[in-house]
Write a protein that binds this ligand. Sequence first.
Ligand code: ADP
Length: 505
Amino acid sequence: MHLKNKYVLAIDQGTTSSRAILFNRQGAIITVAQKTFQQYFPNPGWVEHDPNEIWYTQSSVIKEAMAKADASESHIACIGIANQRETTIIWDKETGFPVYNAIVWQDRRTSDYCEVLKDNGYAENIRQKTGLVIDAYFSATKIKWILDNVKGIRERAERGELCFGTVDTWLIWKLTKGERFITDITNASRTMLFNIHTQQWDKELLELFTVPASMLPEVVSCSEVYAESKGSLFKSGIPISGMAGDQQAALFGQLCLEEGMIKTTYGTGCFMILNTGCKPVFSQNHLLTTIGWKIDDKITYALEGSVFVGGAAIQWLRDGIELIPNAAVSEQMAKSVSGNGGVYFVPALTGLGAPYWDQYARGMIIGITRGTTAAHITRAALEGISYQVYDVLMAMENDITYKPKEIRVDGGAIANNFLMQFQADVSRRPVVRPKVLETTALGAAYLAGLAVGYWKDTNELKEQWALDKVFKPEMKKEQADRLLTEWHKAVDSARRWALPNETNK
Ligand code: ADP
């Protein structure tokens, strides 16, 4: 079959589900398959996944997506991978068995250790080398935790018997039956062990976190043929040729290819990323400097602000307190009241990410009166998501010399028109929703397809971007300002709530 008539298989391994999508040359979705998997919460603030379940769900959705399209191996031009980042897996080099569950990016178990690092003055050095803020979010302290706490593991790691990988590394290891032990540079840049200037694992940081270098994968670019998937899922061998962390993949999939372009993903968390071009911008406002992608030898840098709980606040209303029957209904409920009724919901359920970086903040609903209804609380949750994204946008603008003119959006929660309109209102600029909502998978597909000549270049891709809807700001500035002032008052009250050994307030 001619290359151009084939499909690209995109793997989108997310925090709550594994997905596989087939795209054609127009960047249109042919089929999608998705499976959720178990979330483990063994202790307050801990979040784990079973790495084998990640692989089983991922491989089964790959087969399902292909079967739905009636596609055999010969119909697949190449495979691209986008994945939940920072999530840490350690496994045995020989057997491929994980030695512990995957510690998920949301997991807070190493917060106290991060405070110790900060108290000992490591913040600036780590920021300069990695572009990151010291936080339990990143892989380094999670690796150290496994080495320190799972019996016999440190000795085995020191003997060179173990592999560490983020989910990209784990998947490509599985897809190649252990032949390739690699990570792409965007995932590497989120481990807090990778020097984004030298583009190498940093010896000093490996020492600090007591991580043996032998555990680490080789770092590769985002778009090149890494291997053929053969022997595990596929018989004939399909090139795996694109890889990026999910947020970077989404930035690419949104075709934010020029400096100054910005996208926000509204999934479990919210992730705003700004393309800062060929130079890293170091934030004065607690944002992360990260690698957007590396294609050929050219690196594009990005500035990122991550909000830990975005759509997950709605998930919590649904599953945690069973206030709403499903996520979609939150839109009608929010619209059913004329305002928030003075209620503010700070969704700091796992602490606050950018720009606050407060590991000890906790979720709070404040302003409740006798007149407060479920609709007000639901509306406050959606508004809380938008305010957090606004705070990141303001931090970003303070780090650069221009104002990004619009926000491109993607992720599961952007189906919510109330949320999108409110975001435009408080941010005072257009929120732009594209037609293809699967931008993370699309980014992985683009990266993979470019490497094998399925698409010629990024100019060809740019022509594919299509608009669904622009949400323009409608709210009066005074009203937005008033809401934001109250929101910030609420944030102040939620901060440092769970700080150990301190009377809370
Ligand atoms: P992830 O990739 O992080 O697993 P998704 O991009 O699939 O997440 O988005 C799912 C999240 O979006 C969930 O947290 C869910 O609560 C939220 N969500 C889905 N639909 C809506 C909606 N209509 N309104 C608000 N939130 C929604």
